[in-house]
Design a protein around this ligand. Structure first.
Ligand code: GDP
Length: 318
């Protein structure tokens, strides 16, 4: 059985850890959000791609879901010493993590498409599963916020990174856009992996900033049309398990609960997987797909493996 996951960089990688233990890695493909990719100084950052690579390679720092576990920060500390005249080292990047980013930057600067570089890295890291950026084109997630500047309320468009890291997600969000997505094409391997999959799983990732960008690419959405699609909710009760998904769903006009998750994926989802503690009865009227309730808070490996097994069981029920 072949599974293709659509993923951001925290929730779905947790599920990937479980799936890796119940399914041959060769049979798992991951199509990854690149809407948060950005240049920081001379380095290209592809945060969700790197997290998925590190998760497959069992190198991920599970405390932050960013970077390599037990990394050192000698380069970062040294670069801080040299800060001057606009040369700034504001992101804390570990030494081993930086090595992968330098590798990516080297090849991107020489004109390689991102998908080709990721494929090289996947092989170099001896990963048997497949990892595809959603696109080789530049699609950037932008957050429209309202802020007080010199006593006036102003609307400004922020990169995700400026919203979430620099402002710590504190600005008032009005809307979210996926810049350039109307011109972007899905990576061929990603489209093939969806076509060949027995099951597509939209993991518990932020619908607006992790999965929304992937689905905004027309040929990816088209490839998903006739597929069996399971969605694992990133929302439990009336809040996201972590991160800004709640605020961003509200800004896009979706209620922050399982009904809102359903509405976000309404045209794709066959089975919605929600938490045991959620009260389905309240929302049942509006939810028109199959709903499975189980434990979807992925604290340890047992939780992750159990959810992965449950997904396979539900798939087999047909
Ligand atoms: P990002 O790229 O770092 O934003 O990561 P993702 O989009 O992949 O994951 C963030 C989303 O995962 C958030 O909306 C969280 O609510 C959700 N999430 C994180 N951990 C868990 C978990 O253990 N269970 C579930 N169901 N959702 C989770």
């Amino acid at each position: 059985m072949k599974i293709t996951l659509l993923s951001g960089g925290t929730g779905t990688p947790k599920l990937l850890q479980g799936l890796k233990r119940v399914l041959e890695e060769e049979n798992i493909s991951v199509v990854v959000n690149t809407g948060e990719d950005t240049w920081v100084g001379d380095l290209y950052l592809s945060p969700d791609i790197d997290t998925v690579l590190y998760t497959f390679a069992d190198m991920i720092n599970e405390e932050t879901w960013y970077g390599v576990k037990n990394d050192t920060f000698i380069t970062h500390e040294t670069l801080k010493m040299y800060e001057s005249e606009g040369f700034s080292e504001f992101l804390r990047i570990g030494d081993r993590d930086r090595a992968l980013k330098i590798h990516k930057t080297y090849f991107l600067r020489r004109g390689y498409p991102l998908s080709k570089v990721v494929e090289m890295e996947r092989k170099l890291l001896k990963i048997k599963g497949k990892v595809f950026p959603m696109t080789d084109d530049r699609v950037e997630t932008k957050i429209l916020v309202e802020e007080e500047i010199d006593g006036r309320r102003e609307k400004i468009l922020l990169k995700f990174h400026d919203f979430w890291i620099k402002r710590r997600g504190r600005a008032k969000v009005l809307d979210v856009f996926y810049e350039n997505s109307q011109y972007a094409r899905g990576v061929e391997g990603a489209l093939e992996s969806i076509e060949e999959a027995d099951l597509v799983v939209i993991g518990p990732s932020n619908p607006v900033t992790s999965i929304g960008p992937i689905l905004s690419i027309r040929d990816i959405r088209r490839a998903l049309r006739d597929k069996r699609v399971f969605v694992v909710s990133p929302i439990v009760g009336d809040r996201a398990v972590s991160g800004p998904a709640g605020v961003l769903m509200k800004a896009k006009g979706y209620p922050v609960n399982i009904y809102g998750v359903y509405k976000f994926y309404e045209d794709l989802v066959d089975t919605l997987i929600i938490d045991n503690r959620d009260n389905l009865e309240e929302k049942k009227e509006g939810i028109k797909c199959k709903v499975v309730a189980t434990d979807i808070i992925l604290k340890d490996m047992e939780d992750k493996v159990n959810l992965a097994k449950r997904i396979l069981e539900e798939y087999k029920k047909g």
